[in-house]
Design a protein around this ligand. Structure first.
Ligand code: NAD
Ligand code: USQ
Length: 406
């Protein structure tokens, strides 16, 4: 298939591009390299030494014999270029990763809140509008987040996108009384409860998808992904120049990879609050496999948006910290939580679709120590410890002292 990877220079996008190329697909990466510019802005760098996009692509050609092409387009700002690209390329699928994805970065200040909303909502709106205007039949696969649901259970497993509801009514649609109460059944998008401006943009994306699937019969899959951990995949391990990025700084580093790096350099693991937050996780190798499966199982024309929960395990933050303390001899420190989030929560998630379609998950206990020794310790001398503390605060003047209403 001919597939475009929007955001293909990023942490999830790059290994996905290589994986799909290795499967024999014709891959073109679209990226405006904004993530590399944000590294410069923050004075932070990937723990692993990532090559330029040109070097990455040349190395892949050398190692695999496959060609990946690259187009530098800002998906949020350069609509005409995006439209021309979609018309010229005759794509069968587009994988859309091209958004600002860090919750702390999105909460840092007004500029970052506005950038995250502008960039993410415009990027998604532009892709959808351009697919319609191009008149091409392209399957759009988007990377969404488990965070659209919030992190609670409502007494049930979180379903894959849609919630069955039953309402008892004693009047009909015109307001006329019914002889006896009648039960009405429906399926609705699972109610949203985002925990940051970033997560909120993924909620807004969901409504864009529902509308374009309904009005324009676009074929769309939205993958509600948990926190990705790990670094390399089969393909990125083939050559040092293909290595994936590893974020550990207070804005972009996600919890488990931060703990892996902290364990490797002897920095006490930064558990926010009590560490009672439970979150969903998936290894990067499973991410790329899930995207392949989603591409191979598109919705039919006219079908509603397909939503899959792309996660394999749930864990409490303090349990992860204690596990690493045990296997990697790390110290654990409870630090004040910079975020406005529930201090403790349960999380139970349905993920049957991917398992039924053949996903064989990488287990945390299998890969964890390997990550500490083969990645985090190997590149420990590149770590800048001044970038570890999370300094982006969720509180505003109005919310100071008000407990989270989650
Ligand atoms: P990333 O920041 O490493 O990659 C995103 C890429 O998109 C970057 O290369 C960036 O330059 C590019 N980009 C951003 N805005 C763009 C624009 N307007 N035009 C063109 N390119 C643009 O992030 P990631 O970790 O690879 O995440 C990819 C997607 O997966 C995101 O949408 C994110 O919300 C989702 N996701 C990530 C995780 C995770 O743990 N990393 C978990 C769940 C969901
Ligand atoms: N946390 C710590 N210590 C740290 C860092 C984080 O205790 O040093 C805690 C946070 O307070 C939070 C939890 O760990 O309770 C997860 O934080 P995170 O930064 O790993 O994850 P999050 O901000 O939710 O964002 C990440 C990705 C985002 C993706 C999301 C999936 O950056 O793109 O959408 O995970 S999910 O969490 O399932 O919504």
């Amino acid at each position: 298939m001919k597939i475009a990877i929007l955001g293909g220079d990023g942490f999830c996008g790059w290994p996905t591009a290589l994986h799909l190329s290795a499967q024999g697909h014709d891959i073109v990466i679209v990226d405006n390299l904004s993530r590399r510019r944000i590294d410069q802005e923050l004075g932070a760098e990937s723990l692993t030494p990532i090559s330029s996009i040109e070097e990455r692509i040349a190395a892949w050609q050398e190692v695999s014999g496959n060609t990946i092409r690259f187009a530098n387009i800002d998906v949020a700002q350069e609509y005409d270029d995006l439209l021309k690209f979609i018309i010229d390329e005759e794509l069968e699928a587009i994988v859309h990763f091209a958004e600002q994805r860090a919750a702390p970065y999105s909460m840092k200040n007004s500029k970052n809140k506005r950038y995250t909303i502008d960039n993410n909502v415009n990027a998604t709106g532009n892709v959808l509008t351009a697919i319609v205007e191009s008149e091409r039949d392209v399957h759009l696969v988007h990377l969404g987040t488990m965070g659209v649901y919030g992190y609670g259970t409502a007494g049930m497993k979180i379903p894959e996108g849609y919630l069955d509801i039953e309402v008892t009514t004693d009047e009909d649609e015109n307001g006329n009384p019914l002889a006896e109460p009648t039960r009405v059944q429906q399926q609705i998008l699972y109610p949203t409860n985002p925990g940051s401006v970033y997560h909120l943009t993924k909620v807004l994306d969901q409504n864009l998808f529902a509308y374009f699937a309904k009005n324009d019969a676009l074929r769309i899959t939205d993958l509600h992904q948990g926190i990705v951990w790990g670094t390399n995949t089969r393909e990125t391990s083939l050559d040092e120049r293909l290595i994936n990025r590893f974020d550990y700084d207070g804005d972009y580093g996600t919890v488990l990879n931060r703990f892996l790096m902290q364990a490797a350099v002897g920095y006490p693991l930064t558990v926010h609050g009590t560490g009672g937050q439970t979150r969903a996780f998936i290894h990067i190798q499973d991410t790329v496999r899930c995207i392949q499966i989603a591409i191979e199982n598109p919705p039919a024309t006219g079908e509603r948006v397909k939503i899959f929960n792309q996660m394999t395990e749930t864990h409490r933050v303090r349990d992860l910290a204690n596990l690493l303390a045990k296997i990697a001899d790390a110290q654990v420190e409870l630090v004040p939580n910079p975020r406005n989030e529930a201090p403790e929560n349960e999380l139970h998630v349905k993920n049957d679709t991917f398992l039924d379609l053949g996903l064989n998950p990488t287990k945390l206990e299998e890969g964890l120590l390997l990550e500490v020794t083969e990645i985090a310790r190997k590149y420990a001398d590149r770590a800048d410890l001044s970038k570890v503390p999370a300094t982006s605060l969720w509180t505003s003047k109005q919310s100071a002292g008000v407990p989270p209403s989650v």
